[in-house]
Design a protein around this ligand. Structure first.
Ligand code: ATR
Length: 270
């Protein structure tokens, strides 16, 4: 039987995952397809039962179901337990459905070379920040600060993950010179979200990495501001592609070409 994979979420029409996975499947001559499925409010359990029943080999999970799907799976990998959310489901040979989270590691892979990046500043303390902070902890990083509009939310994250230090935006600005990497994890700067973060990058360390997890637009106002300084900027496409590549490797046993995909998507979105 032809294998098939899916992505579930709501809305799902604009997901780039079907394009990405279909391209990788065909470029590796794997006879399978990948389909987007919109799951309506209150229908998640039925949707998961249907995916299992209809022989889906694995699927991605996106907003708003990353947390809600957990009770409907047979096992949750350490990555998803730590983050408290699942973005990838894998069907094992014995027919069990296991939840993973590839978002945080996907983000870190998108950074490429990270030697000499010791001190990390995370801006924002929502779900996306959580995945990234968890991945840095797992990889053995030690110096990480989380700056957030609501400091108590950053404190909560620090406490739950037992990692990092919570600070305000003002404190982040005062300490800016000490960070090797600054990561914007909030939805600010996304198309239709014109608000920008109340942080000024003046004084940022030379050759620091400045990353934004937003990829639409490719250059957010935050990255535009960063480009005024002598830093390396990274947009959110790499995270999208690497979280997908990790999922692909769990399903198919091979790692797809990520640089080529980043280039293709950059052309499409640019
Ligand atoms: P996620 O999908 O990552 O959970 P979210 O819930 O949409 O994202 O956004 C959460 C993050 O964006 C939080 O860090 C939030 O700050 P608060 O904890 O103070 O709410 C941040 N955020 C959202 N709107 C913001 C704004 N106008 N200014 C600064 N931060 C903002």
């Amino acid at each position: 039987m032809k294998k098939w994979f899916a992505v579930i979420g709501n809305p799902i029409a604009h997901s780039l995952s079907p394009y990405m996975h279909d391209y990788w499947l065909s470029s590796q001559n794997i006879n399978a397809s990948y389909i987007p499925i919109q799951v309506e409010d209150g229908k998640l359990e039925q949707a998961v039962q249907s995916l299992k029943l209809l022989g889906c080999s694995g699927w991605n999970v996106t907003v708003p179901y990353k947390e809600a799907i957990i009770p409907f799976l047979d096992q949750i990998d350490e990555s998803a337990v730590g983050i408290g959310a699942v973005n990838t489901v894998v069907k094992t040979e014995s027919g069990q459905f296991v939840g993973y989270n590839t978002d945080g590691l996907g983000f870190i892979r998108s950074l490429g070379q990270t030697e000499n990046t010791n001190r990390i500043l995370i801006l924002g303390a929502g779900g996306a920040a959580r995945g990234i902070v968890y991945a840095f902890k797992q990889l053995g990083y030690q110096k990480l600060s989380i700056a957030n509009r609501t400091k108590t939310n950053a404190e909560k994250l620090v406490q739950e993950l037992q990692f990092g230090q919570a600070i305000t935006f003002q404190e982040a600005e005062e300490q800016l010179q000490t960070f090797d990497i600054v990561i914007q994890t909030t939805p600010l700067g996304m198309k239709n979200n014109t608000k920008t973060l109340p942080i000024n990058l003046k004084g940022i360390k030379e050759n620091a990495i400045v990353a934004d997890i937003v990829y639409n637009p490719l250059v957010t106002p935050f990255l535009e501001e960063a480009e005024k300084y002598n830093v390396r900027t990274i947009n959110g496409l790499g995270m999208l592609v690497h979280q997908g590549a990790l999922a692909f490797s769990y399903w198919n046993g091979s790692y797809p070409n990520t640089n080529d995909m980043i280039q293709r998507l950059t052309e499409q979105l640019g």
